[in-house]
Ligand binder design. Structure first.
Ligand code: SF4
Length: 293
């Protein structure tokens, strides 16, 4: 962990005791208290991760769609090592649809499941060519008709490229939403609906990025670093992981505040809906993580 990194520590502020009481109340928490606590978690995550963003490199909507398909069962960082060569050779739907499968497979191979992923991206490219003249549609109802594109993928693209707010329910988001007590459900569509009802719609894309950042860095699936978690006072699941601050800090996987993240080529200019890149020196590169959504 780099020394120029702000280390998270459970905060104490006015009203915290009340919030902890509400958080611990679990099923007894009123709807109003739940909404207030959820929005406060979002605000605090916004302070912890001011640069939270989609961690896939891409140049346009089609490339982002392909990158999300490739990110299944692997890390965004690994996808980012593959896509520069892929998009240099096959930059758009027409090129990918017409490509030799064997060549695509050899480029995609490091992301795993490369034969299935090659079939998916070629099917996706062909459908976009046939039905949308090569342009990625900007509506959820259209996106989810494309092969291999579910609501999670569609919401990533809508939020990132089309500035349409939405929740990306990947493995991290679902796990944290349950730990936060925002839902008890496992079904991504129901999670999206239940969590979406707690926040203003305009907040949903950034909320997704922040929650996923926290899931990747602190609130891990197997050993959440509760003792190093800045939102511990707001979390009913505090204690599910390591509570000793020193041991918990050793569990942190990425530098805090979201840097350097997994993007290898972050955009030079802030993109619509995405905060500017922080300016401080980048700490050392993170290790790959095996629980990408
Ligand atoms: S489970 Fe632990 S690490 Fe996760 S948000 Fe709650 S307190 Fe933080």
């Amino acid at each position: 962990m780099s020394s120029n990194v702000t280390e998270p520590a459970p905060r104490r502020s006015r009203g915290t005791a009340k919030v902890v009481k509400a958080a611990k109340a679990g099923k007894g928490e009123s709807r109003l208290a739940l909404v207030r606590r959820a929005r406060r978690i979002n605000r605090e995550l916004g302070e912890i991760y001011p640069g939270a963003h989609c961690e896939l490199d891409y140049g346009d909507a089609f490339q982002l769609l392909v990158a999300v398909v490739l990110s299944a069962q692997t890390t965004d960082r690994r996808v980012n090592t593959v896509t520069p060569a892929l998009f240099a050779r096959f930059p758009d739907a027409a090129a990918i649809a017409a490509a030799e499968s064997a060549e695509l497979e050899s480029i995609i191979q490091p992301t795993g499941f490369f034969r299935a992923k090659t079939r998916s991206v070629q099917g996706l490219a062909q459908a976009i060519l046939d039905r949308y003249a090569g342009e990625v549609p900007g509506r959820l109802a259209d996106l989810v008709t494309l092969p291999g594109v579910g609501r999670k993928t569609a919401n990533v693209v809508l939020g990132e490229v089309f500035d349409v707010p939405g929740i990306t329910v990947d493995t991290h988001f679902g796990r944290l939403a349950r730990r936060f007590g925002w839902t008890t459900d496992d079904d991504p569509v129901r999670i999206e609906k239940e969590v979406g009802a707690l926040f203003p719609r305009r907040d949903l894309t950034l909320l997704s990025h922040r929650v996923i950042f926290h899931g990747r860095r602190v609130c891990h699936a197997r050993r959440p670093a509760c003792g190093a978690c800045a939102i511990a006072p707001l979390c009913p699941a505090y204690g599910e992981g390591e509570t000793d601050p020193i041991k918990a800090r050793a569990l942190l996987k990425y530098e805090m505040a979201g840097q350097p993240g997994q993007r290898l080529k972050p955009p030079a200019e802030p993109v619509l809906g995405r905060p500017a890149e922080p300016t401080r020196d980048a700490p050392k590169a993170p290790k790959d993580e095996g629980d990408a959504g």
